[in-house]
Design a binder for this molecule. Structure first.
Ligand code: TEU
Ligand code: CA
Length: 559
């Protein structure tokens, strides 16, 4: 099937974590008015779409991924009028707005759950997943993503409810058609307001194996739910129904966050005929398979290996070709900063490696996502104690592995947090060198990264050699060269220990891309004797060396 051309395949998406982006009222928490103030900055960068992490009413157990009212704006972030103003200003600037749809679960403070837990006979009881205990304990051995059992005992009705995330995030029962009707209604509410799409939180988990069997034992003594909750028996039926009932009625970008998704499943979620979603976020290149090793569970001080990352991304590039559309990302609000994880945050290499990583990703086939601050080369922060942490994933892991199980020393756990805690991505956006990096005039809800005086937007926006303007140029290139959007992907140098190289081909044109993933000069003859136009590099064109790539050098040549 010839590849269909559409706006969201040609777009570059910018993710905003509203709590940490810009605080307009001085309470130390980012808000909608703050985002509106920064639309000119986003226009200058040249992005096409903003994906905003959840802004709905929430008690913030998981910073908004625990929603208590889908039709109201979280008080911390402002009002519905503020949202309407942001949508208007963004659209006037030619920027589309994509909302974060979190419907695998709600907050336990949502009206549906308050009714559901009130009695076994309440009409909303089956909006959630309630089961009797077994052998005096939970219905099965599953562990939640945030440590501890995935079942919470509720004394009032002597049953357990399922929560694959925190106990304040009870899973919705998607088997119940009334739940699906209510979800489609709330989606329609936002589509009718004029939004331009949805990022769908853990959408691969909405269909569970209704037998709820024990999962394979993990090394922390709990069972793994993923064989029974990821890409479950009815997930595609539900998404095709969602598409028919809502998505197909609007011109939307849809991207499913699909933890655990395989290539074969991705071809169903992001099928080319558009009957489910537009694309998915796969996790393979940011999970343990990327060669980073493990101290315990996801936690490690290790770094990914080029061979692993390349094999994973090349597989996704080549195997989805013509069948489904890729999303492209290094960073988001759940991941450490890419320059720290995949590149080098060392002062002598930070900018070069940030530009190299950006080149490596943005010249691939798929829709690229830029996470707030990635375009500045922002880095991981440093945790001196658990008190520096705000994220419940970190706090719960600390309690489980350091305090309760004593399996990891405090020093090692803090080193793991430095390497990969989600809070690394959630420190305030660094706007300038003023107090709190210009993010707030109040006390920020989470500490600003101490390097904000050196790394901030004010230092970069007018500097043609900055990471910001490198990202801007990559975005411009994608907007002007169809080969970058629609060209086929062909791996090159697949066994090279240092260089990630590939070609893109379209209508007889060829794009050569090569990226040195190391801090050393390495041999590379890819560009020797080729006649072409250099589209971008993180080294001056007159500084290239024959048959070599310099530390973290990236080159893109159009033949
Ligand atoms: O993340 C789902 C998810 O898979 C994460 O648990 C991720 O694997 C983990 O954070 C990596 O350490 C989504 C949201 O992006 C995340 O912020 C929420 O906490 C989670 O769902 C629950 O809504
Ligand atoms: Ca605020």
């Amino acid at each position: 099937m010839a590849e269909s051309h559409t706006w969201w395949k040609e777009a570059v998406i910018y993710q905003i974590y509203p709590r940490s982006f810009m605080d307009a009222n001085g309470d130390g928490i980012g808000d909608l008015k703050g985002i509106t103030q920064r639309i000119p900055y986003l226009s200058k960068l040249g992005i096409d779409v903003v994906w905003i992490s959840p802004v709905y009413a929430s008690p913030n157990d998981d910073n908004g991924y625990d929603i208590s009212d889908y039709r109201a704006i979280m008080k911390d972030f402002g009002t519905m009028a503020d949202f309407d103003e942001l949508l208007k200003v963004a659209h006037a600037a030619g920027i589309k707005i994509v909302m974060d749809l979190v419907v695998n679960h709600t907050s336990d403070e949502h009206a549906w759950f308050i009714e559901s837990r009130s009695s076994r006979t309440n009409p909303k009881r089956d909006y959630y997943i309630w089961r009797d205990g077994k052998d005096g304990g939970a219905p099965n051995n599953w562990e939640s993503c945030f440590s501890g059992p995935a079942w919470q005992y509720d004394e009032a009705t002597d049953q357990y409810y399922l929560h694959l995330f925190s106990k304040k995030q009870p899973d919705l029962n998607w088997e119940n058609p009334k739940v699906r009707d209510d979800v489609y209604d709330l989606m329609t509410f936002w589509c009718d307001k004029g939004i331009d799409g949805f990022r769908m939180d853990v959408i691969s988990m909405i269909s569970k194996d209704q037998r709820f069997p024990d999962g394979p034992m993990k090394d922390d003594g709990y069972g793994d739910f993923s064989p029974y909750c990821i890409s479950g028996p009815h997930v595609h039926e539900f998404l095709q129904e969602m598409n028919a009932r809502v998505l197909s009625k609007y011109d939307l970008l849809t991207v499913g966050e699909a933890a655990g998704v395989t290539i074969d499943e991705a071809k169903k979620y992001a099928r080319a005929d558009g009957k489910e979603l537009g694309m998915v976020f796969e996790f393979e290149h940011v999970d343990g398979g990327n060669g980073r090793g493990s101290v315990i569970e996801k936690w490690t001080t290790g770094k990914p290996k080029l061979a692993n990352v390349r094999a994973i991304l090349n597989k996704w590039q080549t195997e989805l070709e013509g069948c489904a559309w890729n999303s492209l990302y290094w960073d988001n609000h759940d991941q450490p900063r890419c320059v720290s994880m995949f590149g080098s945050a060392a002062p002598e290499y930070r900018e070069r490696s940030a530009k190299m990583l950006a080149t490596c990703l943005h010249m691939m086939k798929g829709t690229p996502y830029i996470y707030q601050g990635e375009e500045l080369g922002m880095t991981n922060t440093h945790f001196t104690s658990i008190d520096d942490c705000r994220d419940l994933e970190e706090k719960n892991a600390w309690q489980q592995f350091v305090i309760d199980q004593k399996r990891v020393s405090p020093e090692t756990m803090l080193a793991c947090f430095d390497n990969m805690a989600r809070d690394n991505a959630r420190t305030p956006m660094q706007w300038d060198a003023s107090v709190n990096a210009g993010f707030t005039t109040g006390t920020p809800w989470i500490a600003v990264n101490s390097n904000y005086r050196d790394i901030n937007a004010a230092n970069e926006v007018d500097d043609p050699a900055s990471v910001f303007n490198y990202y801007k140029k990559l975005i411009d290139l994608r907007h002007t060269h169809d080969i970058i959007v629609y060209g086929t992907f062909r791996p090159l140098l697949e066994d090279d220990p240092h260089v990630y190289a590939y070609a893109r081909e379209l209508d007889g044109k060829r794009l050569l891309v090569a990226c040195n993933w190391t801090k050393d000069e390495v041999p590379c003859t890819l560009f020797d004797d080729v006649q072409g136009t250099e589209l971008i590099s993180n080294y001056p064109e007159n500084a290239h060396k024959k048959s070599a790539l310099q530390p973290y050098e990236a080159r893109v040549v159009l033949l």
